[in-house]
Design a protein around this ligand. Sequence first.
Ligand SMILES: [Zn+2]
Length: 75
Amino acid sequence: MWFVHKQVILTKDNLIKRRCVGSSRCYFCDQNETIQHLFIECPLAKLLWRTIHIAFNITPPVDIESLFGMWLAGV
Ligand SMILES: [Zn+2]
């Protein structure tokens, strides 16, 4: 969670910044893979968030800060 919050998780955009060769496309939807995309905007992530919303009545996050807002407020 700390890596995601600091936005240093090894998504494809961060790998390219580190000069790793390869596609920047998401494996699930062919958009550019960023942390925001992978955890919030990807259709697969949206499906998972909707499932969590239905099962646990937890509101889906709109960005990375809101994803960790409650968690960070408690730390
Ligand atoms: Zn995607």
